[in-house]
Design a protein around this ligand. Structure first.
Ligand SMILES: O=S(=O)(O)CCCN1CCN(CCO[C@@H]2O[C@H](CO)[C@@H](O)[C@H](O)[C@H]2O)CC1
Length: 492
């Protein structure tokens, strides 16, 4: 095994940056305070609480809306270079439309931004992390193409009000979760089941919205503000179950192209537009199902050109991977769906360590393989890992398994940088603190700080992983034998 390179002798480059991430609905609370309007997660968790594992919601969450000073102190103690957080659209524009701007909402984010800058921490803002204003859902939500221009109006307000101090923007967090889970598989708000249709219409609007928001920045703001605009797209690494099987190889490639390429190819590929394999397969399936045309909308040539290259970095959320194989015909869903369009069966290896989340198993090498895949397919873009993290259910402060996850995945980042020459410039750990984990409520914890949700003060307590991350940021190295004071040794 001499060839197994231990990444321990590698260091993170001098200018490599570390940060942590959160999202507005997951941490802020104050759901109806400070002039904020209702969003689709408020509505869904209030009206359909049975969809949330513990019947909870984000009404109070971590009460971060009232704890800016305390949370910025946590970030200072960690020594992070940047903090990735998201803006609640309905806190800035309560109806979603730019005709009514809520000054209290602006004041809240200005206070956070100014405190971060005073602490020499770069604010890294996500404009949209799933919390769509409810009135916009009532005119159809993202499947309504008109939402693209309404989103651009929102982005315009953000650039104008915060752009003098905020130079790092992400338009959308995870189009697949917003669209396929929001409008097709019902795993995310607004939890519709327009399988094979809702997700495709939603993502079509989102890609146009993203492209237009990017072009607006360069048309009206970049010259003066000199910032950057990107997008965050999530994906696992999909690998053939049997490396010798061409069918499995094809199933894996089809999956990453039609789950990840769906959103990444229009922006980051040389040609732009949806992946050809996706256009071909969805059209063929649609005609087979009796549709007069493809369920996948098509871009005009002008839209393809407008969206192509519309990102200054590639934001990547990665947690886990899968092996893929083709599914037997009898397994193929007899109804339209993205899943049936892909027609692959992907699963985690039983050998991989599990976590507190059913979908998250630990396969660090998957991250390196994915980084190489992106480098080769999208001409070596600047990659910012905008989320990576591990969940448990017990919230233990002695979170050895989370430490193991971070050390192992960061080792793969080091190998990708030094051996494979992938241009990764930043790493963001999900999450700064335990928070509202969507339909899992508070039953799954991703935080490097524990939050006591039974205490009205929502006290934050640093877990061992916070100290380990702090040490990595300080030393720019992975130190497997580092045990912070006050914690018992991990048995690896
Ligand atoms: O790769 S595989 O195909 O084998 C399995 C993929 C399963 N998906 C991956 C993306 N994930 C959304 C992550 O979602 C992100 O992660 C955090 C933790 O969930 C959330 O709290 C954040 O808000 C969100 O940005 C949902 C589950």
């Amino acid at each position: 095994y001499a060839c197994v390179v231990k990444a321990q002798e590698y260091e993170f480059p001098e200018d490599f940056q570390f940060g942590v991430a959160t999202a507005s609905y997951q941490i802020e609370g104050a759901w109806d305070h400070g002039g904020k309007g209702e969003n689709i997660w408020d509505r869904m968790t209030h009206e359909r609480s049975y969809l949330i594992e513990d019947g909870s919601n984000g009404d109070h969450a971590c009460l971060s809306y009232y704890k800016t000073e305390e949370d910025v102190q946590l970030l200072k103690d960690l020594g992070v270079h940047f903090y990735r957080f998201s803006i609640s659209w309905s806190r800035i524009l309560p109806t979603g439309h730019a005709n009514k701007i809520n000054q209290e909402g602006i004041d809240y984010y200005n206070d956070l931004i100014d405190r971060l800058i005073a602490a020499e921490i770069t604010p890294f803002i996500t404009m949209f992390h799933w919390d769509l204003p409810q009135p916009l859902q009532e005119i159809g939500g993202w499947p309504n193409a008109l939402l693209a221009d309404i989103f651009v109006d929102y982005a315009d307000v953000l650039y104008k009000v915060f752009g003098d101090r905020v130079k790092d923007w992400i338009t959308f967090n995870e189009p697949a979760q917003i669209c396929e889970q929001g409008y097709a598989t019902a795993d995310k708000a607004p939890a519709y089941t327009q399988e094979g249709i809702g997700g495709y219409l939603c993502a079509h609007t989102l890609l146009i919205a993203h492209g237009k928001a990017y072009r607006l920045y360069y048309q009206d703001y970049h010259e003066e503000q000199q910032g950057r605009v990107g997008i965050t797209i999530d994906t696992g690494m999909y690998m053939p179950a049997d490396e010798e099987s061409p069918d499995d190889e094809e199933a894996a490639e089809r999956t990453i192209q039609m789950y990840y390429g769906w959103h990444a190819h229009p922006i980051f590929s040389a040609d732009g537009d949806y992946p050809q394999i996706m256009k071909d397969r969805v059209l063929a399936k649609s005609l087979e199902e009796g549709f007069p045309k493809s369920r996948l909308p098509s871009f005009t040539d002008a839209e393809i050109a407008m969206i192509r290259g519309s990102s200054d970095f590639l934001g990547l959320n990665h947690y886990t991977s899968s092996y893929c194989t083709t599914i037997p015909d009898e397994w193929v869903l007899q109804r339209p769906s993205n899943y049936a369009d892909i027609e692959a069966w992907c699963y985690a290896s039983p050998d991989w360590e599990t976590s507190g989340s059913s979908w998250l198993t630990v396969y660090p090498e998957g991250l390196r393989k994915l980084l190489i895949w992106i480098k080769e397919r999208y001409n070596n873009p600047e990659i910012i890992i905008t989320e990576n993290g591990f969940s448990d259910k017990d919230g233990s402060l002695n979170d050895c398994r989370r430490v193991n996850y971070f050390n192992s995945y960061l080792e793969q980042v080091l190998l990708a940088i030094h051996v494979d020459k992938v241009n990764v410039t930043r790493y963001t750990a999900w999450s700064l603190m335990d928070n509202f984990e969507w339909r899992r409520g508070y039953t799954e914890r991703f935080g490097i700080h524990h939050v006591d949700f039974d205490d009205d003060e929502r006290p934050r307590t640093a877990k061992m992983s916070a100290y380990v991350l702090k040490n990595i940021i300080l030393t720019k190295k992975i130190n497997w034998d580092y045990t912070p004071g006050g914690f018992s040794e991990c048995d690896w």
